[in-house]
Design a protein around this ligand. Structure first.
Ligand code: SF4
Length: 957
């Protein structure tokens, strides 16, 4: 009889006759959660995959995607040979010839060496949802090009930047809700299974122990379906809700004043006088700076002495309200106020009534939500008897728990107001004192980091030189206009205009604008664009039809505007068709890989964790892991970090590179932090160990470092943890990380735009934009698209989320997962659909001012009446991914991307359809109208795209 609690597989029909003869452990990559898995093999063939019960991340749990990895392996869309577009064949004609890897490497080495020796920025490398950004970033830096980024700019950079500029950490890999100790959990703007298995495990435990779970989301699916309460909200208005919650909590004195006084910049004095110091903190020249990049020598107003005092002076009691005049000293006579007073003024008018009109949530529900949050944080507070010492030497016998936790992601982030929205959430959590405390938000190593980390992007032409590594990291964290990536004449240094005045804090780049900018030659043209694992001609791009046209656009001399396009992918995605050179990648089951502390590991709250993939199968055909390609190219191009002093190659391949590479000579810091030291006896820091891979393999492919309990909480200010973090290169410094309720970094950009600051100033047409959006305090403003949209004509919001059963476009070809979704519907609230005469299951039209799509409707009660939504990336171009020409994916499935523009009109200019601060793509800002389709018309989604196939695939048509 079937036993649901047995670990025996139920899907191995011949297991009794011929059991599996080998079990290999590795790390799943059917999504980005990094669960441990076991691959069961019979005669060398993969029979099934299950969760690894000894793995701390998923404890044996596996999801539908994870177990369907076997079908990814057997996908007919695999590309198995390197391919070169045939000479004189037009791009997109599917006329490729199979070439050898040697030919591919020679071709690339010759082309890239010429670019590197002349103008390195003519080479651009952009990557999708990979887990090797430390390696690809190193490659770009060694090449000398600033034109590098991964997918963050079109995914969730607002979440990363908004949180990191405020609290020094963020959600997802960097931190999350402590559901073990929480009583109230609020999930807001999160896809239906974001942070999949680990979140599901934590949530089920939380609910079973009586925790209350509120979901705030325009759509009630996935996690929201099991919430105790669903509060629908209008997309792009979450920031207004946070402002109203702060209004209520402050008005009712429900905030953690001692926490704000000691651990945030709430008490620090901001200059109110007009001029170059307006809105900036004042600095005390007689106090120690501690950290030149973000100095600590500020003042507070001490209520004991009624005078300004150095902020860390002993025995002071910082005021959180009022205005003061500085006494004798370097700032005598200046008018100042504590940062918290300015926050109090900022939220004075953001009442629940104000927010109700914006969010669609009633004022009374907002008031009750604020009460519930305050009640959980303060009335249910508790202590854990964990002693710790703070950054100033004070010993504490316990840590305070504030059991209200939040989880948020792309629903907040993918709007052009997302940075300030996320700032709002981070400041709200800080008011409640829930940062790195039991029951609230907890960091995961290598976070917390400085607000922001001390890494700067290239800031002048001098940082980019032929045949020389880039002067700075391609991606960094500006703290002032002088850090922007601008040429002498003020033009952007980067092809995507990241870190320009259009998007000054673009910490993850703007991958979604690369093709458009390169084709327009704005700010300049490039020679070679290399794309890894990103479907930029389909679901990863806005304005899909036009971007596909741009990829084929030519100059008058017949040369393509992007002369050479290299695509590396394991599957025949829509992007592959546009490639000049195709490099076939392996699957995750066929390669070595690291999820490194130098990158985005999957640490636990209690200590650093990194993990690896070990191949369980040999590569299919002539596939080669992209990691190997990068190491090979870097060696052939003789990058300094990959070349011996004698000019030979330093590393034989990827695994050798991972074992031997150190961030600086003899630093002892490498890609993997487990089993370092000659014999693997050291952790985190130590000499390279030749047997490191074997030791990971023996230990479930994961290394987990458990910190002492006294380092588990309050890590922004925990002396022991801060010293540990510095010793092990998790941070450069060991100074306390004060939470930035008020951001003087944003104010510096505003002063530059107002002409009140010496140094770089924005171009005339962007000045008002900077002044408006670079508010040093959280704020809410409507998404930019609303400024250029007739809201009466396009009354509905349209959003997407990725489905639980598929990770973006990766699984469209997966035979098992296609049985769950082979096409998508537009979900519409039943009343909204009926009022537009659209029947359940009928064909309909959805239209924005930028485009029109024909799709099928599904009535739903689980969506806010003013919002329509669908799953992203299920719709496909005809025959793409080697699906049948009549497959549901291309005939019934659709992409909402056709309705979304990649640029918005801005006076006589055009700007990216992105957040004006970070460049985060404004995916969820689009406004639409809906109508029934003509019943006489052929029942097929529109627009349609012509069929394609490429040679070198497993199954040829
Ligand atoms: S949650 Fe993601 S990583 Fe974990 S088993 Fe599922 S697909 Fe794999």
């Amino acid at each position: 009889m079937f036993n649901p609690f047995s670990s025996a597989p139920v899907h191995d029909p011949i297991g009794k006759i011929k059991p599996v003869d080998e079990i290999k452990k590795t790390t799943c990559y059917m999504c980005a959660c990094r669960c441990g898995i076991r691959a069961h093999l019979r005669d060398g063939e993969l029979v099934y995959i299950d969760g690894n019960p000894d793995h701390p991340i998923n404890q044996g749990v596996i999801c539908a995607k994870g177990s369907a990895g076997i079908m990814k392996q057997k996908s007919p869309a695999r590309i198995t040979e390197p391919l070169l577009r045939k000479k004189n064949s037009p791009r997109g004609s599917n006329e490729f010839e199979i070439i050898s890897w040697e030919t591919a490497f020679n071709l690339l080495t010759e082309r890239l060496s010429k670019i590197r020796a002349t103008d390195p920025k003519k080479f651009a490398l952009f990557t999708g949802r990979d887990q090797m950004q430390a390696l690809t970033g190193l490659f770009a830096r060694q090449f000398g090009t600033p034109n590098y980024a991964a997918h963050g700019g079109f995914c969730s950079v607002n979440m990363a930047a908004g949180m990191i500029y405020t609290i020094g950490g963020s959600f997802w890999e960097f931190g999350g809700p402590d559901l073990d100790h929480s009583k109230l959990f609020i999930m807001i703007g999160t896809a239906e299974d974001h942070h999949s298995n680990p979140m599901k495990i934590a949530l089920s435990k939380f609910k079973r122990s009586g925790g209350r779970f509120i979901s705030i989301n325009p759509v009630r699916t996935g996690y929201s379906a099991i919430a105790d309460e669903w509060i629908p909200i209008k997309p792009g208005t979450d920031g207004a809700l946070f402002m109203a919650l702060m209004h209520e909590l402050i008005a009712k004195n429900k905030f953690d004043a001692p926490f704000l006084q000691k651990y945030t910049n709430s008490g620090q004095l901001v200059c109110l006088d007009e001029g170059p110091e307006e809105g900036l903190f004042l600095f005390d020249p007689s106090s120690e700076q501690i950290n030149a990049d973000l100095p600590h020598n500020k003042y507070i107003w001490d209520t004991n002495t009624n005078s300004a005092q150095p902020c860390y002076a002993k025995g002071v009691m910082p005021s959180l309200q009022g205005e003061y005049i500085m006494g004798p000293g370097p700032h005598e006579g200046k008018r100042v106020a504590p940062a918290f007073e300015l926050l109090r003024r900022q939220v004075k008018n953001t009442s629940p009534d104000w927010a109700a009109a914006i969010t669609g949530i009633s004022a009374s529900r907002i008031v009750k939500l604020a009460e519930e949050i305050g009640q959980a944080a303060f009335d249910q507070a508790f202590t854990l008897p964990i002693p710790w010492t703070d950054a100033w030497g004070e010993k504490h016998s316990s840590v305070i728990g504030r059991p209200v936790a939040f989880h948020a992601m792309r629903g907040l982030s993918a709007h052009s107001n997302g940075f300030q929205t996320v700032r709002g959430l981070a400041v709200l959590m800080s008011l409640l004192g829930t940062i790195d405390r039991p029951g609230g938000f907890r960091h995961k190593a290598p976070y917390p980091r400085q607000t922001p980390p001390n890494v700067k992007p290239p800031s002048s032409d001098a940082d980019i030189k032929p045949n020389t590594p880039l002067g700075k990291a391609p991606l960094g964290w500006p703290t002032q206009p002088e850090d922007l990536s601008l040429s002498e004449d003020g033009t952007p240094l980067r092809i995507d205009k990241a870190y320009s005045w259009e998007h000054p804090l673009a910490a993850h780049g703007l991958m979604h604008n690369v093709i458009t900018n390169a084709v327009k030659g704005d700010p300049y043209t490039i020679d070679t664009l290399m794309i890894f694992m990103a479907n930029m001609s389909w679901n990863s791009t806005m304005n899909t039809t036009e971007v596909r046209n741009l990829l084929n656009e030519k100059n008058t001399d017949g040369e393509y505007k992007i002369p050479f396009l290299v695509v590396c992918d394991a599957f025949q995605s829509e992007m592959v068709n546009f490639a000049d050179l195709v490099l076939p990648d392996t699957t995750y089951l066929e390669r070595h890989d690291v999820m490194s502390m130098l990158d985005r590991p999957i640490s636990e709250f209690d200590g650093p964790v990194d993990s690896v993939r070990i191949p369980v199968l040999p590569p299919t055909g002539n596939c080669k892991p992209f990691q190997e390609v990068i190491v090979e190219l870097a060696s052939r191009l003789k990058f300094p970090a990959f070349t011996t002093p004698e000019g030979g190659r330093k590393f034989s391949g990827y695994t050798d590179f991972i074992t031997k590479f150190q961030t600086a000579p003899d630093s002892g810091i490498g890609f993997l932090s487990g089993w370092r030291g000659i014999n693997g006896e050291k952790s985190l820091r130590g000499e390279p160990n030749q047997n490191q891979w074997e030791q990971y393999e023996k230990n479930n492919c994961i290394f987990q470092f458990k910190m002492p309990t006294e380092h588990h909480y309050m890590r922004n200010w925990n002396r022991g943890y801060l010293d540990f973090a510095k010793e092990n290169a998790l941070r450069q410094k060991n100074d306390p990380i004060m939470l930035s309720i008020y951001s003087d970094i944003l104010q510096k950009f505003r002063l530059a735009a107002k002409g009140q600051r010496k140094g770089r100033t924005p171009p005339e047409h962007l000045k008002k934009r900077i002044i408006k959006y670079f508010d040093p305090l959280p704020m809410w403003y409507p998404p930019l698209e609303e400024d250029v949209t007739d809201l009466n004509q396009f009354p509905l919001n349209a959003i997407t989320q990725r489905p639980m059963a598929m990770y973006h476009s990766w699984d469209s070809q997966n035979a098992w997962l296609r049985q769950i979704h082979s096409h998508n519907y537009l979900f519409i609230n039943t009343k909204t659909a009926q009022s537009h005469g659209i029947e359940d299951g009928a064909w309909m039209l959805i239209e924005s001012q930028w485009g029109k799509v024909k799709c099928m409707a599904r009535h739903s009660e689980a969506v806010d009446p003013g919002t329509v939504w669908t799953w992203n990336a299920i719709g496909k171009a005809e025959s793409a991914w080697n699906l049948d020409a009549n497959a549901d994916e291309s005939k019934k499935g659709f992409l909402l991307n056709h309705l979304i523009t990649e640029e918005l009109p801005f006076g006589q200019f055009r700007v990216s359809n992105s957040d004006p601060i970070t460049g985060q793509a404004g995916w969820y800002d689009v406004r639409v109208k809906i109508s029934p389709a003509d019943k006489e018309e052929h029942e097929e989604t529109l627009p349609q795209f012509k069929a394609y196939s490429v040679p070198g695939m497993i199954i040829k048509k």
